[in-house]
Design a protein around this ligand. Structure first.
Ligand SMILES: Cc1cc2nc3c(=O)[nH]c(=O)nc-3n(C[C@H](O)[C@H](O)[C@H](O)COP(=O)(O)OP(=O)(O)OC[C@H]3O[C@@H](n4cnc5c(N)ncnc54)[C@H](O)[C@@H]3O)c2cc1C
Length: 280
């Protein structure tokens, strides 16, 4: 950390030109404050607070969340409560008030932690992410953004600018976090479910688990099982087994693999029920 400087670019082009292996982007700084202690090569922090946008907007068909929007902004937004309640639940369970007031949604996603709480909740509403790099602006499905733990397609040479998802009247969502305590705990497992319904028939299901693999994962076999079924015809034990057999978590300091596997299948099943019965 000796000799660490902060630069405040005044435009996107200037910021992009500063990004290299020895710089970090800093938004809220809640992750960066820790990361600078483990990356002695980092000598410069590129503060994007003057150039990226903050806030949540509703258009006729979609919801836009700008990168600098904080977890507190998300959890207090009536737009998010209406169109993506799982995301409200996820941001409400990040850390504690101080971190939620500083930490941004752009930082949570760019950090690409497999335990990032906003990520499953953004994935179940089929979010698209927009980022800029030296090649220009790109908008891609968020599910294609992550390439490994801490890694994204931006390769630390880009800036996330916004997220966007379609407003869907027939979508119900829910989120569950399992941590070692109720606050200030990184997820041992997190789960979000999104169900696009035609009456009680599931037109499309997104079942997403975090903290069980190098990146947040869609559980494809469980999604395929739900496709086209009426909820009353879903065999919840079969669903549980499909999730259980789809994942192969690792042991780490927060949990054993065996515990994670069991808990992930349990929370996927309970979150599915919550989404259908209690989600918007
Ligand atoms: C005590 C504590 C508890 C925490 N608990 C949780 C928790 O429960 N759940 C959870 O999900 N997270 C948790 N976190 C992690 C952190 O608070 C979140 O990931 C937060 O959303 C990060 O946002 P930030 O704006 O502070 O990011 P920063 O720290 O500013 O940046 C994070 C990373 O993303 C990069 N970055 C930031 N913004 C952009 C951008 N727009 N474009 C490109 N790159 C960018 C930075 O270079 C850095 O690598 C916790 C952190 C702490 C310190």
């Amino acid at each position: 950390m000796v000799g660490l400087s902060i630069v405040k670019p005044t435009c996107l082009e200037e910021a992009l030109a500063l990004l290299n292996d020895d710089t970090f982007v800093i938004a809220g700084g809640t992750d960066v404050a820790i990361q600078v202690h483990t990356k002695p090569n980092v000598t410069k922090l590129v503060d994007v607070n003057g150039i990226l946008k903050k806030g949540i907007e509703e258009t006729k068909d979609s919801v836009i969340i700008y990168a600098l929007t904080t977890h507190t902004d998300v959890m207090e937004s009536p737009i998010i409560a209406k169109w993506a309640p799982a995301l409200k639940q996820a941001c409400s369970q990040v850390a504690a008030t101080q971190i939620r007031n500083m930490g941004t949604i752009g930082g949570n996603v760019s950090n690409a932690s497999p335990a990032g709480d906003s990520i499953p909740a953004l994935l179940v509403v089929d979010t698209k992410v927009t980022y800029v790099d030296a090649q220009g602006e790109k908008t891609i499905a968020l599910k294609d953004f992550f390439t490994g733990p801490g890694k994204t397609v931006m390769n630390k040479r880009g800036l996330v600018t916004k997220f966007e998802f379609a407003k869907a009247d027939n979508l119900k969502t829910a989120f569950t976090k399992v941590g070692k305590r109720n606050a200030m705990a990184i997820s041992v497992v997190n789960c979000a479910v999104g169900l696009y319904l035609d009456g009680d028939k599931i037109e499309k299901a997104n079942i997403v688990l975090g903290s069980i693999a190098p990146t947040t994962l869609h559980i494809k076999k469980a999604e395929e099982y739900l496709f086209g079924r009426k909820f009353a015809e879903v065999d919840l034990n079969a669903f549980w087994s499909l999730v259980f057999n789809s994942i192969n978590p690792i042991d780490d300091i927060r949990s054993t693999a065996a515990y994670r596997k069991q808990v992930a299948a349990n929370v996927a099943r309970s979150t599915l029920i919550t989404a259908y019965e209690g989600g918007k």
